[in-house]
Design a protein around this ligand. Structure first.
Ligand SMILES: [Zn+2]
Length: 323
């Protein structure tokens, strides 16, 4: 069980003490937040196979976080981020390919195990919530957070609330970017993800050059050294992203676009060209701020903690006014 440092962002502020989990394909990240909003060190625990084993691991972690002296006393609720198709209103994970889950009633399982109210949220929407409340989009009334890693996923946050569309919202990686492009594992042709995900940049460069590379960063480095194939693959990715974001801007007029995920570690080498291409694609539209994510790799678990606090506010509002 290793630990990574707490994210370099503002504290969450006073409120309920909560537990937070971010279930990934390889690791479960966990933390606790106390009533002053202090975020405990984030733990990383290997994800076991199967929902039952994950629930048991979370129960163990809950005891570990809750038992720390002077921290996280009187835990009130639990927030959980999870990948896949997540119905947040029922807390059911409809489908999560990298966990091998189908129709897992995660909220119910965890509430039975932990005896606390539990709120479940899609992991990218949880990360987007963190960026909106305490990260790059803080102070902006609306934002689209685009996470670029092995896939491309988006989340629209309006007035501090992520829009989930019954679990179906945000799949911008599976919107068409090139109708004559490659077939995507999802079944459609030319999805944005087949051009602009970090994995696709690696795959496309290896196919074009015959040189396998370990990561998208290597492709960027090669492009900056003057490798024309690398530059073309990188430019295709940036153009497809800019076009996809331009459509979102036209449709939703978000105040900010926040770019996160592994590829965002390229920093200004990604954000700079993306910002200028987006600017060229827009006409009368309101220009959004184009920003790098700030909450780092712990955004999902911090967003899960915010989700846990928000959930309590909703439960209390319902209790006060049961109509
Ligand atoms: Zn697709």
């Amino acid at each position: 069980m290793s630990r990574s440092s707490a994210p370099p962002v503002r504290l969450l502020g006073g409120g309920d003490a909560v537990l937070a989990f971010d279930i990934g394909g390889t690791h479960i990240k966990s933390t606790a937040v106390d009533r002053d909003g202090r975020i405990d060190a984030v733990r990383r625990t290997p994800t076991p196979r199967g929902a039952e084993a994950v629930v048991a691991t979370i129960a163990e972690l809950a005891r570990a976080h809750g038992g720390r002296d002077g921290f996280a006393l009187r835990l009130r609720s639990v927030g959980v981020g999870v990948p896949g198709l997540v119905d947040e209103s029922s807390g059911v994970v409809r489908y999560a390919s990298n966990l091998g889950w189908q129709d897992v009633p995660l909220r119910q399982l965890l509430e039975d195990e932990l005896g606390l109210p539990v709120a479940v949220r899609h992991d990218v929407r949880a990360a987007a919530l963190a960026e909106s409340r305490i990260g790059a989009a803080y102070g902006h009334a609306s934002a689209v957070v685009v996470a670029i890693g092995t896939g491309v996923c988006g989340a629209l946050v309006i007035d501090g609330v992520p829009y989930s569309g019954g679990g179906y919202a945000g799949e911008i990686g599976h919107a068409v970017a090139d109708p004559a492009g490659e077939r995507c594992p999802c079944g459609a042709v030319g999805c944005l993800e087949t051009i602009a995900s970090a994995s696709s940049i690696v795959r496309r460069y290896a196919a074009a050059s015959g040189h396998p590379v370990r990561g998208a960063r290597e492709v960027l480095d090669a492009a900056q050294r003057g490798d024309r194939l690398a530059a073309a693959v990188w430019a295709d990715a940036v153009t497809a992203l800019a076009q996809g974001i331009a459509r979102l801007v036209a449709a939703f007029a978000p105040h900010a676009i926040v770019v996160g995920g592994g590829l965002a570690q390229a920093g200004e080498a990604l954000i700079g060209p993306l910002r200028s291409q987006l600017d060229q694609l827009l006409s009368f539209h309101r220009r959004p701020f184009v920003l790098s994510a700030r909450c780092g790799e712990d955004a999902g678990v911090v967003g899960a903690a915010i989700t846990a606090r928000d959930h309590l506010r909703v439960l209390r509002a319902v209790a006060d006014d049961p109509r």
